[in-house]
Design a protein around this ligand. Structure first.
Ligand code: 15L
Length: 268
C-alpha cells in the first residue's frame, strides 16, 4: 500500500514492532510518531510529537489515509497521567483525523477494557465493557470514541482488544490471552484494508484453545492466526504466575486487584 499511514507510539514496544513489520509487508508510505525517538532508523520517516498538543497533531495528520494508534501509556498509572496521555491524546488524534479527512483508525484497545469479567465468562464483540483500571477505562473510552467518530463522521475504525502481545507467553494467563507479533500485524493489516469495515471490535489473540474470547468477528473479516499458545509447556510458564487469588478470578489479572477497595462478591 502506498497511501500514507501514521503509526503513533512508533518508539514503543508494539507501535515500534508494527512500524517495522508493516514496512516488511508492503506499506511503503509509513510515518512514525512518538514522544521520544527510539529504535528509529535514519531512513524511516518520523515526527517527534506529543498527542496532547492539538496543533502538532493536526499538522501531522494532514494527507494521512489511516492511523494505527498505539501511542499511549501501556499500563496502569495515576488518573492524571492516563487522562492526559491516553484520553486527551486519543481525543485530539480523532478530532485532528476528522478535520483532515483521515479514512481509518486502528485503535489499540486492550483486554483491560473488559478485565472485570470473570475468566469463566466467554466474551464476544458485543460483550459489555468492564474496565479494570484507569488504563482499562481509557481503552473503553477509545472504543466508544471510535464508534462515535464512525457513526457520526464516517471514519472507519477497528478496535483490537489486545490480550498479551509478547514474543512468547510468559505465564499461565497468557495461554488464554497471548497473541504473537505476526498475528497482531495481520489484524492491523485487515483493519486497514478490509472493504466493509464500519466500526469493529475484535480480540487480539492468537488461536489459543484456552481463550476466553469468541473472536468469530475477526475470523469473518479474514483473520487466520498463524500462532497458538497451546504449544507452550504449562509447567515452564509458571515463573510469573500470580499467587493473587483475585487476579486469578478475573480476565484482567493483576490489573483487577491492584489498589482494589471494593467487594469481590459484588462483581458478578
Ligand atoms: C496490556 O494492555 C498491557 O499493555 C500489557 O503490558 C499487558 O499487561 C497486557 O495488557 C496483558 O493483560 O497481559
Amino acid at each position: 500500500m502506498n497511501k500514507k499511514v501514521l503509526v503513533t507510539g512508533a518508539s514503543g514496544h508494539l507501535g515500534g514492532m508494527l512500524f517495522k513489520a508493516m514496512a516488511k509487508i508492503g506499506y511503503s508510505n509509513l510515518v512514525g510518531t512518538d514522544l521520544k525517538r527510539k529504535n528509529i532508523e535514519k531512513s524511516e520517516k518520523f515526527i517527534l510529537a506529543n498527542l496532547r498538543n492539538f496543533r502538532t497533531t493536526l499538522k501531522m495528520t494532514k494527507g494521512v489515509y489511516a492511523i494505527v494508534h498505539f501511542g499511549a501509556i501501556p499500563i496502569e498509572d495515576i488518573q492524571h497521567n492516563i487522562l492526559q496521555n491516553n484520553i486527551i491524546g486519543t481525543y485530539n488524534l480523532f478530532e485532528a483525523a476528522r478535520i483532515n479527512k483521515v479514512k481509518r483508525i486502528i485503535f489499540a484497545s486492550s483486554n483491560h477494557a473488559i478485565g472485570f469479567h470473570k475468566r469463566t465468562t466467554r466474551l464476544n464483540e458485543f460483550s459489555t465493557q468492564r474496565p479494570d483500571s484507569h488504563y482499562g477505562l481509557s481503552k473503553a473510552f477509545g472504543e466508544e470514541l471510535s464508534r462515535f467518530y464512525a457513526d457520526k463522521f464516517n471514519i472507519k475504525s477497528m478496535c483490537i482488544r489486545i490480550g498479551s502481545c509478547l514474543r512468547e507467553p510468559e505465564d499461565r494467563r497468557h495461554l488464554s490471552t497471548w497473541i504473537s507479533y505476526r498475528d497482531l500485524t495481520q489484524l492491523i493489516d485487515i483493519g486497514i484494508k478490509h472493504k466493509s469495515i464500519h466500526h469493529e471490535i475484535v480480540y487480539g489473540a492468537s488461536e489459543n484453545k484456552k481463550s476466553w474470547w469468541n473472536n468469530s468477528r475477526a475470523y469473518k473479516l479474514g483473520y487466520k492466526p498463524k500462532d497458538s499458545a497451546d504449544r507452550f509447556d504449562l509447567n515452564l510458564l509458571s515463573k510469573n504466575e500470580y499467587k493473587d487469588k483475585m487476579a486469578l478470578l478475573f480476565q484482567g489479572g493483576v490489573f483487577t486487584s491492584a489498589n482494589f477497595k471494593g467487594n469481590i462478591k459484588n462483581i458478578k
